[in-house]
Ligand binder design. Structure first.
Ligand SMILES: *Cc1c(COP(=O)(O)O)cnc(C)c1O
Length: 352
């Protein structure tokens, strides 16, 4: 038999492009528009002095970072798991828990990586349609299932569920693992981390990529009860014990010391978002209320794909998804005030 007949045939996730051209306004991958904390620069300099440490493997269970996160979050290190971005963390969680014959439930409009992993890991899934206003109705998650995944705030809609609603999902599904993906929680949502001691079926994932200005480091984490975390670790140590590298581990611990800058950046992004939504409204755009660092907009008179192309010609990149229900929407990341002003100047021309 030729290898082509037994190769793993998968359809990979397509991330927003990282273009080679400079002078481009990049509002397509929800990165933070502000530089990382100065603490990161200091720590990089220290690392240069101590570069001999790179000769050695990093600690497999990332204990220094887990201790730093433990102190920062007030959570025991046994309840924390870290990985190479939350993508790595979530995929490892999927590989650990989703082996039931019952379907794993997640929204039809959510982070599209969930579908890719479902097909890769090979479990049943059921896509639960969001309402016409793109919101998640948690009553749709009251049915037999082999697990549940909810992004809160959801992407690409930006809509957040209040914590009581998340808790209802947890209560109703005591026998299922419920993953709450909090990639955007620092831009306005209420974190479910405080519930991990109350619900042993809850896993909360977070990332340094958006609110901590460090997408380039690839740091993600999960918080859950000790038993759940130990199950995830067993799977991780069955694949590759040394996933995160030493520089990432050191920088990720160090940056937690600069809480002030972290808060300032989040506030700036939220402030720019509040100004931007008013501008979008003036131009006739419609959008769900965003609690994230992006807005998901549609225009009643102009096709999203046309606006996307016209913006691209003007060197402004936003995200357009070619999937059924949302192909007339654009997901626009919140940049700096100057970047957003340039965006609105371009939109003024395009929609005129
Ligand atoms: C960006 C994003 C992630 C992945 O983040 P990384 O930590 O960079 O891997 C996970 N979930 C959602 C909903 C995201 O938007």
């Amino acid at each position: 038999m030729n290898w082509r007949e037994y190769v793993k045939n998968v359809t990979p996730y397509v991330p927003g492009e990282q273009p080679k051209i400079n002078n481009l306004i990049k509002l397509n991958t929800n990165e933070n528009p502000y530089s990382p904390s100065g603490v990161v620069k200091d720590e990089l300099q220290k690392l240069a002095e101590d570069y001999d440490c790179l000769r050695r493997y990093p600690k497999p269970d990332c204990d220094a970072l887990r201790d730093a996160l433990s102190e920062y979050m007030g959570i025991a290190p046994e309840k924390i798991f870290t990985g190479v971005g939350s993508d790595d963390v979530i995929c490892t969680i999927f590989m650990t828990f989703f082996h039931s014959s019952l379907p794993v439930l997640f929204a039809d409009i959510t982070y599209s990586f969930y579908q890719v992993w479902a097909d890769f890991v090979g479990f049943n899934k059921e896509l639960i349609p969001v309402k016409d206003d793109l919101s998640i109705d948690i009553n749709d998650y009251r049915k037999e299932n082999g697990g549940i995944v909810i992004a809160n705030p959801n992407a690409p809609t930006g809509l957040a569920l209040p914590l009581e609603k998340i808790e209802e999902v947890l209560k109703f599904n005591r026998d299922s693992i419920v993953i709450v993906d909090e990639a955007y929680i620092d831009f306005g949502g209420e974190s479910a981390v405080k519930l991990i001691d109350k619900y042993d079926n809850l896993i909360v994932t977070q990332t340094y990529s958006k609110s901590r200005n460090l997408a380039g480091l690839r740091i993600g984490m999960a918080f859950a009860c000790e038993e759940v975390i130990s199950r995830i670790k067993a799977v991780k140590f069955s694949i590759n014990s040394y996933t995160m590298n030493e520089p990432s581990l050191r920088l990720a611990s160090a940056v937690l010391k600069d809480e002030k800058y972290f808060r300032e950046c989040c506030e700036r992004v939220m402030k720019t978002r509040e100004w931007s939504v008013k501008e979008f409204k003036k131009l006739g755009f419609e959008f769900p209320e965003s609690s994230a660092n992006f807005v998901f907009v549609t225009h009643p008179k102009h096709k999203a794909s046309d606006i996307y192309a016209a913006l691209r010609e003007r060197r402004i990149l936003v995200r357009h998804f070619n999937s059924d229900r949302v192909d007339n929407y654009l997901r626009i990341s919140i940049g700096t005030d100057e970047e957003m002003k340039a965006l609105f100047a371009a939109l003024d021309e395009i929609l005129a």
